[in-house]
Ligand binder design. Sequence first.
Ligand code: APR
Length: 310
Amino acid sequence: MRKKVTVVGAGNVGANCALRIADQELADVVVVDIVEGVPQGKGLDLLQSGPVQGYDVLVTGANNYEPTANSDIVVITAGFPRKPGMSRDDLLMANYNIVKPATEQAAQYSPNAILIVVTNPLDAMCWTAFKVSGFSKNRVVGMAGILDTARFRAFIARELNVSVENITAMVLGGHGDTMVPLVRLTNVSGIPLTELLDEATIARLVERTRNGGAEIVKLLKTGSAYYAPSAAAVEMVASILKDKKKVLPCSAYLEGEYGIHGVFAGVPVKLGAEGVEKVYEVSLTPEEQTQFGKSAAAVAELIEVLTRNR
Ligand code: APR
């Protein structure tokens, strides 16, 4: 039997997730949105791409969760994107009020699913989905690090004029201004980045990575990035559905790893059929540990706001 993935939110990120899942023939897809007709229309459009692209999966749209029943994965993309000048954190309460009911309903119909959260502010929305669903921590995971490292890898590849495929990078911490790109562990086919680029150039690329989302928001003016975010989310879907056990930077619930308790933050994880099958603890320099601590504290502050206002 085919696998089933629900994508909540039929906007830019959601529709592109559905497109990529269908294109890669990973699963049947149900797209859910509150706007009447939009998920159904996009679902039909995607279904009709099948004969041209050569995929045989079903793509449907709905305004309720009944058709999502027994999904293997639920990807949550519903919510407001940023506008120019906004930080991801500015979306906190508005998106909490969307992610909370969406998770409640999705979890009710798919009690065994794995939740992949994409809505921002990412780590706080992961925490929301974790608390609301009551799912075990391995079944709630956030998409952030793959996107942040993809941006870093793309910039490094352009700088060195080499293939993006040769670049391995690692980013820890929250998905925001406090993210911690680990330059020390970034390499090009095993060659340390620090041997290929000077300090000033690396610092410039790190800064551009940190502001990678904002750079696109400023250009688009009416929304935020969606091609790379959907590609990153679907890499996670594929790793889980195919039980590939890829080691990827994702937002996971930490209970003492890196000295951090009770928040979601970006760490390297093994993603397989059970969801987050392992969190890898990399030894950090004191400076990296301090930066990671600050980043996790920024996530904890958002969670505190949510706890006070919910
Ligand atoms: N249930 C389902 N869908 C909802 C709900 C809800 N309660 N509330 C809003 N939506 C839908 C909107 O109708 C819209 O179709 O979520 C969709 C959001 O789409 P876009 O506005 O295009 O935003 P998008 O670019 O997809 O970003 C969505 O992902 O990357 C993050 O920061 C981004 O938080 C944002 C989210």
